[in-house]
Write a protein that binds this ligand. Structure first.
Ligand SMILES: [Zn+2]
Length: 267
């Protein structure tokens, strides 16, 4: 099973991009990706409308599309909390996103605290953009929140984006509630993350339809054993986002083990 933990839908005025539903689904099919976790771009003119589009796509493709809520927290905290609550409780979204550069959020400020508090209340992880956009996007700036909210999982999107990969590694070493999304990371860094932190702390993400094939090729180049590959391509994401798994996928992942248990029960 393969899960892409970082995909987008809709328009982006910050980065000048736009992804339509059909293009996203075609890219997943073309690359043999079973499920994607999808968020609005930070430059979405109406993030609520994109949240609705992601929810509609998830309804059309049950178990294949999951949502991450992403909107600027530079608003009345109650407005932010109401949309986060709607996304998680009504639309079934699985995380909240802080886009440090796209939304100009310093992870140490009161507006970022609103996101951490809301995620803790809703019991979902926080994904945070790291890499381009320093100093706001420095991986280390999530360290205080990861200490203050030990029950929340913090996902470092892009794992420092190659240049800050060592800082992402050190931060993840410090706090077990920090997990890495390796979109745009170098293959050598991904190998280092898996060996140094363990496969349960690393997840494959692409952040782009065209980049998806390249991200999968990086993992295949690492020559990982089957169990490790299953964790980093899907198992870690299933655990971090608490994704419901379809019976078909369950059988593919744990088939031999279940057969053994079954035969043991019969004898
Ligand atoms: Zn992104």
């Amino acid at each position: 099973m393969i899960i892409d933990v970082h995909q987008h839908l809709g328009p982006c005025r910050v980065f000048g991009l736009n992804i339509e539903e059909a293009d996203l689904m075609a890219a997943l099919d073309r690359n043999g990706v079973d499920a994607a976790i999808v968020q609005p771009y930070p430059g979405a003119p109406d993030p609520g409308a994109v949240h609705d589009r992601i929810a509609a796509l998830a309804r059309q493709h049950p178990g294949r599309i999951f949502g991450i809520m992403s909107m600027s927290p530079h608003c009345d905290p109650e407005v932010y909390r109401a949309e986060a609550r709607r996304c998680v409780e009504e639309l079934g979204f699985v995380a909240l996103k802080i886009h440090t550069i796209g939304h100009a959020v310093n992870p140490l400020t009161p507006d970022a605290q609103v996101v951490y508090r809301t995620a803790a209340e809703l019991g979902v992880p926080v994904m945070i953009h790291t890499g381009p956009g320093v100093p706001l996007a420095l991986p280390a700036l999530i360290l205080p929140a990861s200490r203050e909210y030990p029950g929340t999982t913090f996902i470092l999107a892009h794992s420092g984006h190659t240049i800050y990969a060592p800082e992402a590694f050190v931060v993840a070493q410090e706090r077990t509630n920090i997990v890495l999304d390796t979109s745009w990371s170098a293959p050598d860094d991904i190998k280092w993350f898996i060996e140094g932190l363990g496969p349960d702390r690393v997840m494959m993400g692409s952040d782009s339809l065209l980049n998806l094939a390249a991200e999968l090729a990086k993992y295949r180049a690492l020559d990982l054993d089957d169990a490790t590959l299953e964790r980093v391509l899907a198992g870690t994401a299933r655990a971090v986002f608490r994704l419901p798994v379809s019976a078909e996928h369950e059988e593919r992942v744990t088939g031999p083990a279940r057969a053994t248990a079954h035969s043991a029960a019969r004898t």
